[in-house]
Design a protein around this ligand. Structure first.
Ligand SMILES: Nc1nc2c(ncn2[C@@H]2O[C@H](COP(=O)(O)OP(=O)(O)OP(=O)(O)O)[C@@H](O)[C@H]2O)c(=O)[nH]1
Ligand SMILES: [Mg+2]
Length: 243
């Protein structure tokens, strides 16, 4: 069924059964999407989208955040650069569960693996390990972004955990991986690889902040966003020599 839907241009991301399980509710004439429906929906970003968010609760009440969301698929990447110049921080989302997925735009290229292409000497990975690491390396190397705060979100931790618990072997896809097949060890491995690329390719030394996330979990994401806010604030105060 998944492949039949894909042939029709319908994508059921991550083999999610969420909307199929909810079909009765979703097909009602008076259906209104819940917060969870919105978080589960797959809406591909095309070009660059500007989002203004005004916080409505807690200490952040009234605060105004501007996000620029850039499409992650290959065809969208060329449009990123002009928007980078004035940003305070780059939040790079990488699916930690992408190790056994291929790109929709090129089914010969592994999603995580595609991250690693030009980083082989740094990572010691095989030629199969390409996409997210390649993109990460390109962004880290940018001179335009030398003074921008970098924040890495290793996302889809729930799916990573579920896949490893199903017995899918990370080492079958990432040949240099020799550790245990659990999310703790795999996550540490990914952090080391991303950190190595960042350290090796940044034009000037800078700190990298890494968070493990599940973007569909609103509670943990709001805590992560607060920590990101604090990181950006501290970086700015330090730059202005106020702390
Ligand atoms: N289970 C799970 N699903 C997630 C998580 N994060 C995102 N998703 C789902 O992944 C799908 C893709 O999310 P999008 O926001 O469209 O992905 P994107 O990375 O912005 O993709 P582009 O816009 O093409 O760059 C959606 O169906 C989300 O619900 C996560 O942490 N866990
Ligand atoms: Mg998007």
């Amino acid at each position: 069924m998944q492949s039949a839907l894909r042939d029709e241009g319908v994508s059921l991301e991550d083999l999610s059964t969420f909307f199929l399980d909810e079909a009765d509710r979703v097909m009602r004439l008076d259906y209104e999407p819940s917060f969870d429906d919105i978080l589960r929906a797959r809406l591909q970003t095309t070009g660059v989208e500007e989002h203004h968010l005004r916080m409505e609760t807690g200490a952040e009440n009234g605060e105004h955040w501007i996000f620029y969301d850039v499409g992650g698929s290959r065809g969208q990447r060329a449009s990123w650069v002009p928007f980078f110049e004035d940003v305070n921080a780059i939040i790079f989302l990488c699916s930690a569960a992408g190790f056994n997925e291929v790109l929709a735009e090129d089914r010969n290229v592994n999603r995580l693996v595609k991250m690693f292409l030009n980083c082989l000497p740094v990572c010691g990975l095989t030629e199969k390990q390409l996409d997210s690491f390649t993109t990460w390396k390109t962004i880290c190397s940018s001179k335009l972004l030398a003074s921008v705060q970098f924040i890495l979100l290793l996302n889809k931790m729930d799916l990573l955990d579920a896949r490893l618990k199903l017995g899918i072997q990370f080492s079958d896809y990432v040949k240099s991986y020799k550790e245990e097949n659990d999310s703790e060890h795999v996550t540490e491995y990914l952090k080391r690889k991303f950190n190595a690329i960042h350290r090796h390719h940044s034009p000037e030394p800078r700190k990298l902040h890494v968070h493990c996330t599940c973007a569909i979990d609103r509670n943990t994401m709001s805590a992560v966003l607060l920590r990101i806010r604090d990181t950006i604030l501290v970086t700015h105060l330090t730059a202005m020599e106020l702390i």
